[in-house]
Design a protein around this ligand. Structure first.
Ligand SMILES: C[S@@+](CC[C@H](N)C(=O)[O-])C[C@H]1O[C@@H](n2cnc3c(N)ncnc32)[C@H](O)[C@@H]1O
Length: 270
C-alpha cells in the first residue's frame, strides 16, 4: 500500500480525524475542474448475468457504471411524486440522474463540502432539483420532511454513524425508505449492520455487491485513467489512483480479496 494511503487509512480510524480529513479531501476535489464533465464519485456497478441495459441519454453514457450503481441502489423503491433527500451528493450526478429519470416531486442533494454544493448549483439545472450544504450527522431539515433518503458511498467518511442513522429516521416520514450503499473493511461490516439494526428502522433488503463493484472498476478503468492523467497534478496521481480504485491500487486489491466489502441496504421507518 502506498505510504500516503497507509497513513490516511490509519488516521481515519479516529472518528474526528476521519471526518476532518475526508472533508479536506472533498473540498480539494470540488476545486478540480477536469476537461470533461465529472459529476460522479463512486466505484460503479456492473451486472454479471444480462446487461442492465438502462436506456440513457447520450450525455449520460460516459457515467454508465456510476449510474448503474444508483439504479441498483434505488431498485424497486418508488420515487415518482416523492420527496427525496440524497445525503453526500458530491458533484451531483446521482441526484440529477434520480430527478431526471425517476421524476420525484423533488430531489435535495446535501453535502458538507461547500465547494461541491457551489459546483452543483452552477452545473445542474433541473426542475425540482436543489443542493445545499450540511452535515449528515445534523441534517438541516425538519422532522418527517422526506419519503426517501438516499446515501451512496459517503458514510465511510462520517465521524458518528449512529447519529447519521438517527437523523435519517427523524427526517423520514412514517413508512419512508432509507437506501444506503457503501464499503467497509470486512471486520467493520458486522458492527455496521448492528448499528443499522439499532436504528429504529427495519431492514428490508441487505446484499453484498463487492463482485459487481469490482467488475465496474475493471470495465471503467481506461476511461478513468484518461481523466486522471488529463486533470490531476502529477504529485497527486498516486493517491488518486487509490481513491479511484484503479486496477492494481490498494483499494482495488482490497475489494478483490474481499478485505473490503461493498454492501447495499434498504431500510424502512415504521
Ligand atoms: C465518494 S463521494 C460520493 C458522492 C456521490 N454520492 C456519488 O456517488 O457520486 C462522498 C461524498 O460524501 C460527502 N460527505 C462526506 N461526509 C459528509 C458529511 N458528514 N455530511 C455530508 N456529506 C458528507 C463528501 O463531501 C463527498 O461529496
Amino acid at each position: 500500500m502506498p505510504i500516503l494511503a497507509n497513513a490516511f487509512a490509519t488516521l481515519c480510524r479516529v472518528p474526528v480525524l476521519r471526518k476532518l480529513l475526508w472533508k479536506r479531501w472533498y473540498q480539494f476535489l470540488a476545486g478540480i475542474n477536469p476537461k470533461r464533465p465529472w459529476t460522479f464519485m463512486n466505484y460503479g456497478y456492473e451486472s454479471f448475468d444480462k446487461p442492465l441495459a438502462i436506456p440513457l441519454e447520450s450525455e449520460d453514457e460516459a457515467d454508465r457504471y456510476s449510474i448503474q450503481l444508483y439504479h441498483m441502489v434505488v431498485g424497486q423503491t418508488p420515487l415518482g411524486g416523492r420527496d427525496v433527500l440524497e445525503v453526500g451528493s458530491g458533484r451531483g450526478g446521482g441526484a440529477s440522474y434520480i430527478q431526471r429519470y425517476f421524476h420525484p416531486k423533488s430531489t435535495t442533494g446535501l453535502d458538507y463540502s461547500e465547494k461541491a454544493v457551489a459546483y452543483c448549483n452552477r452545473v445542474h439545472h433541473v426542475k425540482g432539483l436543489s443542493f445545499r450544504q450540511g452535515d449528515a450527522e445534523a441534517l438541516p431539515f425538519s422532522e418527517e420532511a422526506f419519503d426517501v433518503v438516499l446515501n451512496v458511498e459517503s458514510s465511510h467518511c462520517y465521524g458518528n454513524l449512529a447519529a447519521f442513522f438517527s437523523e435519517v429516521r427523524r427526517v423520514l416520514r412514517p413508512g419512508g425508505l432509507f437506501v444506503h450503499a457503501d464499503f467497509r473493511s470486512s471486520d467493520q461490516v458486522e458492527p455496521w449492520i448492528a448499528l443499522l439494526k439499532d436504528s429504529g428502522m427495519g431492514i428490508v433488503e441487505q446484499r453484498e455487491i463487492t463482485p459487481n463493484v469490482l467488475a465496474a472498476l475493471d470495465a471503467d478503468n481506461q476511461r478513468k485513467m484518461q481523466i486522471i492523467q488529463e486533470s490531476v497534478p502529477k504529485a497527486l496521481v498516486k493517491p488518486f489512483l487509490d481513491f479511484a480504485g484503479m486496477k492494481g491500487s490498494s483499494v482495488y486489491e482490497y475489494f478483490r480479496k474481499r478485505e473490503m466489502q461493498y454492501m447495499l441496504f434498504v431500510m424502512r421507518k415504521p
